[in-house]
Design a protein. Sequence first.
Length: 70
Amino acid sequence: MNRADSEQVHVKAHAIKGAAANIAAQRMRETAAAIDAKAKAGDLDGVAEMVTRLEDEFEEFVSELGSPPI
């Protein structure tokens, strides 16, 4: 892990955190915020598992939206 990796993770997690907040996806926002904080601290240990959780939360969010009415 190098500083550039941490910076890339921080930038992407920060963007996801903001987007999730904009669409009221609270669990996604919280997970992205935790990833963002770890990346800002330069600690990427456990981030891969957190990204998997974020992906699962996204799938749940999409599922909760359901199909749009026709």
